[in-house]
Design a protein around this ligand. Structure first.
Ligand SMILES: [Zn+2]
Length: 446
């Protein structure tokens, strides 16, 4: 009997996986479909402690109930999916991705070659792969913070995912991003040549507001702005970054975006640009490499989020004896300290990686051990990528939690992530919207 049940579960898994691969994943499970997922260990994204032996009832694309196994009979007609000894968590949320970046290395033409030589179709094809990579690794939701010269490509990919044509995470998109003249790549070309830019460049509050309106009109869920651009180490050994938008320009963008009930993410390293980001009313500071105590206090007071993206700055540093290498060393040196101070002060921190800045072939979860290295407990790091990420996205209770009413986004890992956070690099089961996308777990009893 038990063997039969296990086999039937296996067949169901295989059938659903085949469906997922053939049809590129339905956008949501059939609304009448009822499933019970058995979790030996459940980290629900919000509770301080894991819970043992839970059953998660899923109706269509939502979680209907969560309770201790055996305390209630399963609903009539429910498909039972026992995930064995694995640890079950909510689908993960990466609040800082770039599906249109591929971790370009200078030897292969770096950033510029994408905008100058690659057909848009090639970039879209690779972005489709990147979206799939996110989902495979258990990231069922991403906030993709600009397309790097690929226009509104993220809007179309999000639509294709939502309509079930391609597999991928739930996407919050920010389209083109906004910076100022002299505030973004491509640069360094002869002034007589007009080259494409990786962001929409504006000057003055009127142009700033117009750019925000255009981007919101064309489907941006968030507006992304660059508040700093170039960075270097000065004669005193301090990290300096060039500010871009003025406070007045940012205020115009924030005012417009908040009017649409949407939010503004600000790339800001440190110094004047970061201060302008805070004074202009930015909703999330991206990177925040070097935060002063006063800036941390301002973030706490204003409720500004920090999305630190620690791991990406360890990639491909330039040679240490060059100006670029000195900058790369300094960035890493100040970043961890800032993160620790912000964490201690109670700044709201959400998980973000800047993946795309490093190749999509690498584990996105490499950010987790960096967060733990700099002072988070494994549970805090997990919550940064679940309930806290959901809060940043304005989806508290719907995403990043395993609780009644939430979307049925679940993952499972064979090893305990609270014992070793690196366990999150090996996600063996992914469900999004109640549909199983991937399962390499052995069925229970086998
Ligand atoms: Zn980024």
């Amino acid at each position: 009997m038990r063997l039969t049940l296990c086999l039937s579960v296996l067949v169901l898994c295989v059938a659903r996986l085949c469906f997922a691969q053939d049809s590129a994943a339905a956008p949501a499970a059939n609304a009448t479909h009822i499933m019970v997922v058995r979790a030996r260990v459940l980290i629900d994204g919000t509770s301080a402690q894991p819970r043992q032996n839970q059953e998660i009832v899923i109706r269509g694309d939502r979680i209907a109930d969560v309770y201790a196994a055996g305390t209630r009979p399963p609903p009539a007609g429910a498909e039972v999916l026992d995930l064995g000894a694995a640890t079950v968590l909510p689908g993960l949320i990466d609040c800082h991705t770039h599906i249109f970046l591929q971790g370009e290395v200078p030897a292969a033409g770096g950033y510029d070659v994408q905008l100058l030589k690659f057909p848009a179709s090639y970039r879209v094809a690779r972005a489709v792969v990147a979206a799939r990579r996110a989902l495979e690794q258990g990231f069922t939701t991403i906030r993709d913070v600009e397309t790097e010269g690929a226009g509104y490509g993220d809007v179309g990919i999000k639509q294709a995912i939502n309509e079930g044509y391609i597999p991928g995470p739930r996407m919050f998109v920010s389209t083109r991003a906004i910076s100022s003249t002299g505030g973004y790549n491509l640069e360094g070309y002869a002034p007589e040549i007009v080259v494409p830019k990786g962001a929409q460049l504006i000057d003055g509050p009127v142009e700033a507001r117009k750019a925000a309106r255009e981007q919101l009109d064309h489907g941006a869920d968030w507006i992304k702005v660059y508040m700093t651009h170039r960075s270097w180490v000065d004669e005193q050994g301090a990290l300096v970054s060039q500010p871009t938008l003025t406070v007045e320009e940012l205020k115009a963008i924030v005012d417009e975006t908040h009017g649409w009930r949407k939010k503004v993410a600000c790339h800001a390293y440190n110094g004047i640009g970061l201060q302008r980001a805070l004074d202009g009313g930015c909703d999330s500071i991206e990177h925040g490499l070097e935060l002063t105590d006063a800036q941390i206090a301002q973030m706490v007071k204003q409720g500004t989020w920090l999305v630190p993206t620690l791991a990406v700055y360890y990639h491909d540093p330039e040679p240490p004896d060059t100006p670029g290498g000195m900058r790369d060393c300094k960035r890493v040196a100040v970043h961890g300290v800032s993160f620790q101070k912000a964490l201690r002060a109670g700044v709201k921190i959400a998980f973000g990686t800047d993946v795309g800045g490093f190749p999509w072939s690498e584990p996105i979860a490499q950010e987790f051990p960096r967060m733990v290295e700099f002072g988070m407990t494994p549970m805090q790091a997990i919550q940064a990528a679940t309930s806290r990420g959901a809060e940043l996205l304005g989806k508290r209770g719907e995403l990043g939690t395993v609780a009644p009413g939430a979307y049925a986004d679940l993952i499972a890992v064979p090893r305990d992530p609270l014992a070793d956070i690196n366990a999150l690099k090996n996600v063996a089961f992914v469900m999004k919207n109640g549909s199983v996308f991937r399962s390499t777990l052995r069925p229970a009893g086998n």
